[in-house]
Design a protein around this ligand. Structure first.
Ligand code: HEC
Ligand code: HEC
Length: 475
C-alpha cells in the first residue's frame, strides 16, 4: 500500500502525463489499414496512480472488435495455433481456413450476440485442437479437434475473481492438511470445499506427499480453471494470448517473444512484437469489466408469473445443485497479471506492481446484491466445477473423441446460465436449438435432475423455460 502510494506520488512529481502511459502511433495516416494503432505502458500506468480501467477499457474495446490485417502481423505462416509455441511441419497455402485457423478477422467476429463480447452462432464454432499432438488439420473429423460453440464473456471478470478466491481457499486447505499430517505423523484426509462447492477430498502423508485420486471436478494442482466449455483455462489473460495466436496469428511478446522462442518473429511473417503486454492488458480489462448478464425487465405478467414458478422448480428438482444461483465474492479488485498465471502468460513476478482494476467502481457492479457480510453475490447460476454430464444412456454431450488436457471426454464445466436467454444455440457444440433439448441432453451426474424435469407436467416444464429465457445479456 505504502509502496504503491510512493510510486504514484513519484509518477505525479515526475509529471508522467497520460500521453507517456498510452499513445497512438504518430506515423500512421488516419486512413491506415493497421488495426492495432495504440499501446499502453503498463508499468508506467501502474506507477501513475491513474485508474487503469479508464485508460485500458477504451483500447480493449477497440482491439476486441478490430479486424486485424497483415499490417498488424495477422497470419502465422510458420506457426500453428497451439498454445505452446509450435512450428508448422508443412506451410499451408491458405492463410485463412475455418478449421486450424486463421478462422476469423476479429474477436468480435464470433463473440457478437447480442453485443460484442457475447456468444456466437453455429457458424462461429471453433475446432479446438490446442495441446493435441498436431494442431495442423484440415478436416472436421472429430478425431482431430473438438468442435465448440462460442461462450459469452459478459461477467467474466467476476467469474475469474471467484475462481481466484476459490483456488486460494482450496490451497489453504491443502496446506493445513499437510501440516496436520506432519504434526500427527499419520495420513490425514480433508474434504475440500469452498463457497459451498465441494471438490472431493485430499489425503496428506507425513512425508509431505499427497493422494489426489479423490479430487472431484478440479485439476490436481487445485487451480480452478473456469474458462472454456471444458473448464481448462484459468484466466482471461491466458485465454486472450491463446486466442490471439490461434484465431488471428497475432503473437504476443509474453508468449512468443525471444525470451521463450529465441526470436522476435516466431511465425516468420516479417512482423516482430505483434502484441505487447499493454495491449493484452487492455483486452483483459475490457473483458473483465463487461457487465454481467441481468434479468429481463418489464415482462408481461404471464411471463413474470411463469418465470417465478420456474425459478422455484429449478431449485426443487436440483438444477440448482450445479447451477448455483449465486456465489459470494469477497474482493472486487482484479489484479492483472493475476496470481495464478504460469510461464508463457505475463505473471505478477514479471512486473513491479500489478494493475489493480477496482470493479467496485463500475455502476453495474454497484447494483449487485450483497450478503450480510458485505460480500457481492454473483448471480452466475453455476458452480465453476466440472461434472460428468454424459453416459451410455444419454450421450448427446459425450460427442467429443479427444480428452482435452486429460479431462475425461464426458466431463464439462457447469455452464453459467446467467445470460442464457441471449445465447442460443445451446450445448458445448452449439447443436441444440431449444432449451428443452439441452436440458433433456443432461446425463451422467445430472441424470436424476433431468428425470425430475421430464416427469414435470408440461406447464411446469414451460415455466422453467420461461425462467431461463428471462436471464439475458442486456443490449
Ligand atoms: C472463430 C470464433 C472465435 C474467435 C475469433 C474468438 N473466439 Fe473466443 N471463444 C470462441 C469459442 C468457440 C469459445 C469456447 C472455446 C472452448 O470451449 O474451448 C471461446 C471462448 C472464449 C473465452 C472463454 C469464455 C468463457 O467463459 O469460457 C474467452 C475469454 C474468449 N473466448 C476470448 C476471446 C478473445 C479475446 C478473442 C480475440 C483474440 C476471441 N475470443 C476470439 C470463439 C471465438
Ligand atoms: C450435475 C450438474 C448439473 C445439473 C444437476 C444440471 N446441470 Fe445443466 N449443465 C451442466 C453442465 C456440465 C452443462 C454443460 C453441458 C455441455 O457440455 O454443453 C450444463 C448445461 C446446461 C444448459 C445449457 C447451457 C448453454 O450455454 O448451452 C442449460 C440450459 C442447463 N444446463 C439447464 C439445466 C437445468 C434446467 C437443470 C435441471 C433440470 C440442470 N441444468 C441440471 C451441469 C448440470
Amino acid at each position: 500500500m505504502i509502496r504503491n502510494f510512493c510510486r504514484a506520488t513519484l509518477a505525479l512529481t515526475l509529471g508522467l502525463a497520460l500521453s507517456q502511459i498510452s499513445h497512438a502511433d504518430p506515423d500512421l495516416p488516419p486512413w491506415s489499414e493497421k488495426a492495432i494503432q495504440e499501446d499502453v505502458d503498463i508499468e508506467a500506468l501502474a506507477a501513475s496512480g491513474q485508474d487503469p480501467i479508464a485508460v485500458l477499457q477504451p483500447l480493449g474495446e477497440r482491439l476486441f472488435s478490430a479486424k486485424f490485417t497483415t499490417l498488424d502481423g495477422a497470419g502465422r505462416p510458420d506457426a500453428t495455433g497451439a498454445i505452446v509455441p509450435t512450428k508448422v511441419r508443412r506451410q499451408s497455402h491458405l492463410t485463412f481456413q475455418r478449421l486450424a485457423g486463421l478462422d476469423a478477422n476479429a474477436c468480435a467476429s464470433c463473440h457478437n450476440e447480442p453485443v460484442a463480447g457475447g456468444s456466437g452462432a453455429f457458424t462461429a464454432n471453433v475446432f479446438v485442437s490446442e495441446g493435441f499432438t498436431s494442431a495442423d488439420f484440415d478436416t472436421i473429423d472429430p478425431q482431430f479437434s473438438n468442435e465448440r460453440n462460442t461462450n459469452a464473456i459478459q461477467g467474466a471478470g467476476l467469474i475469474e475473481l471467484l475462481a481466484r478466491e476459490m483456488t486460494s481457499e482450496l490451497r489453504k486447505q491443502r496446506k493445513n492438511v499437510l501440516a496436520k499430517a506432519r504434526a500427527n505423523g499419520r495420513p490425514e484426509q480433508i474434504a475440500l470445499e469452498t463457497k459451498g462447492v465441494s471438490f472431493g477430498s485430499l489425503t496428506a502423508y507425513p512425508d509431505g506427499t499427497l493422494e489426489v485420486s479423490e479430487l472431484d471436478g478440479i485439476d490436481d494442482d487445485l487451480t480452478l480453471r473456469p474458462f472454456s466449455q471444458k473448464g481448462v483455462f484459468p484466466s482471461l489473460r491466458q485465454f486472450t494470448v491463446n486466442a490471439m495466436n490461434a484465431h488471428h496469428g497475432i503473437q504476443s511478446t509474453e508468449r512468443f517473444g525471444s525470451k521463450w522462442t529465441g526470436t522476435d518473429d516466431f511465425d516468420a511473417d516479417g512482423h516482430t512484437t505483434e502484441m505487447t503486454p499493454g495491449q493484452i492488458s487492455a483486452l483483459v480489462a475490457w473483458q473483465a469489466t463487461l457487465p454481467a448478464p441481468t434479468r429481463k425487465e418489464n415482462l408481461p405478467d404471464i411471463w413474470q408469473q411463469a418465470a417465478q414458478k420456474g425459478e422455484e422448480l429449478f431449485g426443487e428438482i436440483d438444477c440448482s445443485s450445479c447451477h448455483i444461483p449465486a456465489l459470494p465474492l469477497e474482493s472486487l479488485v482484479f489484479y492483472d497479471p493475476g496470481p495464478f498465471d504460469t510461464a508463457g502468460t505475463l505473471r505478477q513476478s514479471d512486473v513491479e506492481t500489478p494493475l489493480a482494476l477496482d470493479l467496485s467502481t463500475l455502476d453495474w457492479v454497484k447494483s449487485l446484491p450483497r450478503d450480510d457480510q458485505g460480500r457481492v453475490l454473483v448471480p452466475l447460476f453455476g458452480d465453476l466445477k466440472r461434472h460428468k454430464i454424459a453416459d451410455a444412456a444419454n450421450d448427446t454431450f459425450g460427442n467429443e473423441l479427444l480428452a482435452q488436457r486429460f479431462v475425461a471426454r464426458d466431463v464439462f464445466i457447469t455452464s453459467e446460465l446467467w445470460g442464457i436467454g441471449s445465447t442460443a444455440p445451446y450445448g458445448h457444440r452449439g447443436d441444440l436449438t431449444t432449451l428443452n433439448e439441452v436440458i433433456l441432453a443432461h446425463g451422467g451426474d445430472a441424470t436424476e435432475s433431468r428425470k425430475a424435469y421430464s416427469k414435470l407436467a408440461e406447464p411446469d416444464r414451460q415455466s422453467i423455460i420461461a425462467f431461463l429465457r428471462s436471464l439475458e445479456i442486456a443490449k
